[in-house]
Each structure stands twice: as structure tokens, then as C-alpha cells.
Design a protein around this ligand. Structure first.
Ligand code: NAD
Ligand code: TYD
Length: 336
């Protein structure tokens, strides 16, 4: 297949591109704005693959999108491009509306002109928090944060393009992903790098919030199933095999890294913090998908990957991240 992968220089998009090139022999063109979270390094090993190209541009820029379509001539578009961090969306929501909502609209318009198959990558956060049980695709949408609200808006735009214009589009809603190449603003890589550097481990509130953890290559394979066998107009939830409270994740990272447990520090809670996410994956399983990686193994592999790849995170810790960390956590990173 020829794929246009928007946001493919980020965490999940780069893992997806790698799976498509290596396992399926697809020709992949990535369109990416290369924000703080999008990095050429994430795709370095694909640079010489046949048909692979990285186009620098924003999805809200219709000209950049038109050039990427012209270069890729795609059989399908997969849209990962987004501002993705809930804490940043609380502090500065503007870019979230711009990219997640308006940008998705520009992409949908380009796909509509060519009738291109389209997969929108979305999140369990569109459903809000759930006390017991798991969200299905027909659960009501109740986003809590500006991030989740802009992702919900994008999902609804996709649905409108299916109903109004007959665009062959699907939405794939993943639960919390983890694995290699995840920017260390998110819980797992932040805690791993902080533990490896002997820095404090900031747990929001009581730390008993529950997330439904999905290893990133499992998500990539699920998206592949939706791409190949998904029915236009349908939404597919993709939840990981394990749920875990944040504090337990942090405790496991402390054990895996050999850090001092006294580094764990309860800090002020996130405003509007969702208590629990849980997705039912029954529908995507009918397409032949099964998760392969349990949290216990995936977390150990992830810690090993960060430990083995300082080339990847050292430039991050000395760049924009340093300022973000100080602004958000009110203290500086340790000097390495
Ligand atoms: P990420 O922040 O690591 O990467 C986002 C990518 O999008 C980066 O490469 C960035 O440069 C690019 N980007 C940002 N604005 C852009 C713009 N205007 N135009 C083009 N590119 C732009 O995010 P991620 O964790 O890889 O998430 C990818 C997608 O999956 C997002 O849509 C997110 O909502 C969704 N998702 C993420 C998770 C998770 O746990 N990380 C779970 C479910 C769904
Ligand atoms: P995060 O990785 O930001 O993903 P999301 O908010 O999209 O689920 O956070 C995962 C959970 O970890 C969430 O409940 C917030 C919590 N958390 C902390 O307790 N401390 C931190 O420093 C971070 C980044 C997150």
C-alpha cells in the first residue's frame, strides 16, 4: 500500500510507520509539523527504505497537505497528527484547537476530493471517565480536558464526512499507549527517565487513577486491521490488556530501575483529572486483532529501551523539555 501518515514523526505514528514498512513493505510518506514531539530521529532507520519520505508541513496548511497527497498518491491516509498532552492542553489550549480540530478538517477535505480511505487516530479520552465496566463504541461522548474535547470534535467531523459525502473513513480510539520513542512528558517515560536520574517522581493527587495500558506495536497492528478490514463509518475501540493505577506503575518503575522509593512524591492533582479509563475491544477483535504484550513485559522492555538509548533522550532533556519541566513541575531537571 501507499500510505500518507500524518503525525508520523511522533511516538505512535513512527512506531506505526516502522511496522508498515518492515512488516508489510508499504510505501510510507510522513507529513509532520515537527513540533517538540515530532522528531526526525524517530524515523532515522526508515530513511533509506524504498518509497519512504518525510515531508515537513502542518495538517492545517492546505498547500502542505496538497503537496503531501501529490507526493504520496496514497491508497489511504492515517492521521496521528495532534497536540497530545493533557497538561499542556490545560495550560495552553489554542494549538489543540488549531491542529486537532481545524487540521483534521483540512485533511478530510483533501481526502474527500480524491475519495481516499481515511483512518482517524483517536483516544479513549473522548468518553471521559468511567467508574466500573468499559466503554463501548456506543458509549456517550463526554470529554473532560481541552485535549479530549478537540479530539472529540475531530471524530465528529470524520463522522459528518462519512454521512454527508460518503468518505470511506473510520475512527480508531486507543487507550494509553507506552513503549519506545514516547516523549518524556507522559507518565511512563517521564518516570523512567526521572528514576534513572535520581529525580523526584511526581504522582498527581493520590495516584489511584487507573489507565488501560496498550503497548504501542499492539496499537499499530490494530490500526493495520482497521485499515485493511474496517467498515467505513465505523468506530473501533482498541484497549490494552491491562489496567493499572498510576502509583503501581511508578512503583514498578522504581523496582525496574533500582531507584530509591523515597523519590516518589505526591503533588497537586491535575484539574478535572479523569479517574479511570477502560475500553472494550470486542469490536476490533472481530477484525482479527489480539493484543500480544502484557503490561509486565512491555514495561520492562520499555525501561530497557530508555536505558539503552540515551542518544534519543539526551537532546530532549537539554532542549524545550527542560523549560517545560521547570514550568510544570516548578523545579529544574537535575544536571546530567
Ligand atoms: P506525539 O505527541 O508523540 O506525536 C504527535 C505528532 O504530531 C508529532 O510528530 C508532531 O510533530 C505532529 N504534529 C503536531 N501538530 C501537527 C500539525 N499541526 N501538523 C502536522 N503534524 C503535527 O503523539 P502520540 O502519542 O504519538 O499520539 C498520536 C495520536 O494518537 C494522536 O492523535 C493522539 O491523540 C492519539 N492517541 C495517543 C495515545 C497515547 O497514549 N499517546 C492514546 C490514544 C490515542
Ligand atoms: P499521561 O501520560 O499524561 O496520559 P493521560 O493523561 O492522557 O492519561 O498521564 C497518565 C496518568 O498519569 C494520568 O492519570 C496523569 C498521571 N501523571 C502523574 O501522576 N504524574 C505525571 O507527572 C504525569 C505526566 C502524569
Amino acid at each position: 500500500m501507499r500510505l500518507l501518515v500524518c503525525g508520523g514523526a511522533g511516538f505512535i505514528g513512527s512506531n506505526f510507520a516502522r511496522v508498515r514498512v518492515h512488516d508489510h513493505g508499504d510505501e510510507v510518506v510522513v507529513l509532520d509539523k515537527l513540533t517538540y514531539a515530532g522528531r526526525r530521529e524517530n524515523l532515522a532507520d526508515l530513511a533509506d527504505s524504498p518509497g519512504f519520505a518525510l515531508v515537513h508541513g502542518a495538517i492545517e496548511d492546505a498547500q502542505a497537505v496538497a503537496s503531501a497527497f501529490a507526493e504520496s498518491q496514497p491508497d489511504a491516509v492515517v492521521n496521528f497528527a495532534a497536540e497530545t498532552h493533557v497538561d499542556r492542553s490545560i495550560a495552553e489550549p489554542d494549538a489543540f484547537v488549531q491542529t486537532n480540530w481545524l487540521g483534521t478538517h483540512v485533511l478530510l477535505e483533501a481526502a474527500r476530493q480524491k475519495g481516499t480511505r481515511y483512518v482517524q487516530i483517536s483516544t479513549d479520552e473522548v468518553y471521559g471517565s468511567i467508574g466500573e465496566g468499559s466503554f463501548t463504541e456506543s458509549s456517550p461522548l463526554a470529554p473532560s480536558s481541552p485535549y479530549a474535547a478537540t479530539k472529540t470534535g475531530a471524530d465528529l467531523l470524520v463522522s459528518s464526512y462519512v454521512h454527508t459525502y460518503g468518505l470511506p473513513a473510520m475512527v480508531c480510539r486507543g487507550s494509553n499507549n507506552y513503549g519506545p520513542f514516547q516523549y518524556p512528558e507522559k507518565l511512563i517515560p517521564l518516570m523512567v527517565l526521572s528514576a534513572l536520574h535520581g529525580e523526584r517522581l511526581p504522582v498527581y493527587g493520590d495516584g489511584l487513577q487507573v489507565r488501560n495500558w496498550l503497548y504501542v506495536t499492539d496499537f499499530a497492528h490494530a490500526i493495520g486491521c482497521v485499515l485493511a478490514k474496517g467498515v467505513p463509518g465505523e468506530v473501533y475501540n482498541v484497549g490494552g490488556p491491562d489496567e493499572c493505577p498510576n502509583l503501581e506503575i511508578v512503583n514498578r518503575i522504581v523496582e525496574l530501575t533500582g531507584a530509591d522509593p523515597r523519590l516518589i512524591e505526591h503533588v497537586r492533582d491535575r484539574p478535572g483529572h479523569d479517574r479511570r479509563y477502560s475500553l472494550s475491544s470486542a469490536k476490533v477483535r472481530t477484525l482479527g486483532w489480539e493484543p500480544q504484550v502484557r503490561l509486565e513485559d512491555g514495561l520492562a522492555d520499555t525501561v530497557d529501551w530508555y536505558r539503552a538509548n540515551p542518544w534519543w533522550w539526551e537532546p530532549i532533556r537539554s532542549g524545550e523539555y527542560r523549560d517545560y519541566y521547570e514550568r510544570h513541575y516548578g523545579r529544574a531537571l537535575s544536571t546530567d
